[in-house]
Design a protein around this ligand. Structure first.
Ligand code: SF4
Length: 131
């Protein structure tokens, strides 16, 4: 199955998929710790993990949404398509074509989980390169 290459889906890949805490370890096992970045952008003013954009692998995301570079989308976005489509995070499945109300609920729940005790512990382990 190929990923969608409509403009809406392509635009979303400029702000790569968020990863939920249940996907986190499995995603790292498959794609490596540096496939992710810690997102602390000022637009959301929240902390959560996203797939990385080039230049931010294994580190922090840009601090402002406006600093995301349109020419540098998700590291798994190649020639207008998602290269890990079969294995894409739930975030991409929920936001197919557009961010619906259901997607928005999913996203804020995901962020709440990252800001829980369990989520912060995972982030600390990731930052210390223990996972
Ligand atoms: S994982 Fe795939 S769907 Fe998600 S942002 Fe990256 S390229 Fe897009």
């Amino acid at each position: 199955m190929r990923s969608c290459n409509c403009k809406e889906c392509q635009d979303m890949c400029r702000f790569p998929c968020a990863i939920n805490i249940r996907e986190f370890k499995k995603f790292i096992e498959k794609h490596g710790r540096n496939s992710l970045m810690l997102c602390n952008d000022s637009y959301y003013d929240r902390i959560f993990m996203r797939i990385a954009i080039p230049g931010h692998e294994g580190g922090f995301s840009p601090t402002k949404v406006t600093e995301f570079d349109n020419k540098k989308p998700c590291i798994f976005f190649k020639d207008g398509l998602c290269m890990i489509y079969e294995d894409r995070p739930m975030d991409a499945k929920k936001a197919y074509h557009k961010a619906t109300d259901e997607y928005t609920k999913y996203f804020y729940k995901l962020v709440e989980e990252w800001e829980s005790e369990k989520g912060i512990k995972l982030i600390n382990q990731w930052m210390r390169r223990e996972i």
